[in-house]
Design a protein around this ligand. Structure first.
Ligand code: FES
Ligand SMILES: [Fe+2]
Length: 349
């Protein structure tokens, strides 16, 4: 099994989830507490008091400090203890780890690993989520399955035909071959499926208003470990982008997933759907939010079952892979390489 990939940025929350209340979330097995400081920036600290381990998330915010709810050890924004009860001297080791945090594209990204390696420029982008030219609906579903099962699921969309029939699946998805490209230098997996003449599933028929058959493109871009982008293009059959690259007669939907391991056997499944049409139509927003959540929950149900199957089976079960798995296998290989590379990377520092 692929280990966690550390020394990476992970989506811990949506910005809108973090305010002046203490907020707990576990990422890669590390319990974290988040809050928004009075100046607005997001703070992330280890969610465990150095004294007797009481969760800081069960404590109280006082200005920009957290006062532990058990005996009152008080921590500032960088995790330094600034007050202990009953004595003036504060032990030198009284500090909790602070985690690098960046708020970008509506997400709160947290760096898991050696803090001195955190480099903001490494955060992959999902600019549509924070762009007034798009309207976005989003959510997060807890998954009781290892993150690799979600990676597998998202890299192969042929399952839409079977698991999501009546929502986003039509026969053409599974019937159309994919092309897979791997950018080995940058560790990015691209999987494309272009359907020239396909039935329009309700997800797109009701949101775009297109009647009849469509040209449907699915271009996946997976940036391991956390960010998955599905560039979805829908147009009436035969309508293609213009020669200059513009594409005024198509509908574009950017489907974004952030795949954040919670523990070895559970995952935060962040999903967002950004569209460049019907921007102010609340009915379309409500429909896409409801439909996409339903689709995500269909995956969650299936993957939760798979996790139980895997946990109950003896070691050595041999899966059978076929063409549709090319992207998923490439993703696994890159994740394995990233996980294995870490000790060497850490040793260089
Ligand atoms: S456990 Fe936090 S002050 Fe004692
Ligand atoms: Fe799915």
């Amino acid at each position: 099994m692929t280990a966690f990939v550390r020394d990476q940025w992970y989506v811990a929350a949506y910005g809108q989830e973090i305010g002046r209340e203490l907020f707990a979330r576990t990422v890669l097995g590390e319990p974290l507490v988040f809050y928004r400081a009075e100046t607005g920036e997001v703070v992330a600290l280890a969610d465990r008091c150095v004294h007797r381990r009481y969760p800081l998330s069960e404590s109280r915010l006082d200005g920009d400090t957290i006062v532990c709810g058990y005996h009152g050890f008080t921590y500032d924004k960088v995790g330094t203890c600034v007050s202990v009860p009953g004595q003036a001297r504060i032990p030198r080791t009284a500090r909790v780890p602070a985690y690098p945090v960046v708020e970008r594209d509506s997400f709160v990204w947290v760096w898991i690993g050696a803090a001195d390696l955190a480099d903001e420029s490494l955060i992959p982008r999902a600019p549509w989520l924070d762009d007034p030219a798009y309207t976005t609906v989003c959510g997060m579903e807890p998954l009781a399955a290892r993150y690799l099962l979600l990676v597998d699921n998202l890299l192969d969309l042929s399952h839409e035909t079977y698991l999501h029939g009546g929502y986003i699946g039509t026969p053409e998805v599974a019937a159309t071959p994919i092309t897979t490209e791997v950018d080995e230098d940058n560790g990015i997996v691209y999987v494309s499926r272009h359907m020239d003449d396909a039935a329009c599933p309700p997800f797109y028929a009701k949101s775009t208003g297109i009647e009849g058959r469509i040209t449907r493109w699915q271009d996946i871009e997976y940036r391991p470990p956390c960010l998955y982008l599905l560039h979805s293009r829908i147009a009436p059959v035969g309508v293609l982008p213009e020669e200059d690259g513009s594409d005024p007669n198509a509908f574009h939907v950017e489907v974004v997933y952030a795949i954040t391991p919670e523990t070895e056997h559970s995952t935060h499944d962040f999903w967002a759907v950004a569209r460049d049409f019907a921007l102010d139509d609340q009915g379309v927003s409500d429909f896409l939010a409801e439909s996409n959540r339903t689709v995500v929950l269909q995956d969650v149900t299936a993957l939760d079952i798979l996790e139980k199957v895997i946990e109950s089976e003896p070691d050595g079960y041999q899966e059978l892979s076929v063409n549709i798995d090319t992207g998923g296998l490439a993703a696994r290989r890159i994740l394995q390489r990233m996980a294995a590379a870490e000790p060497a990377r850490a040793a260089r520092v």
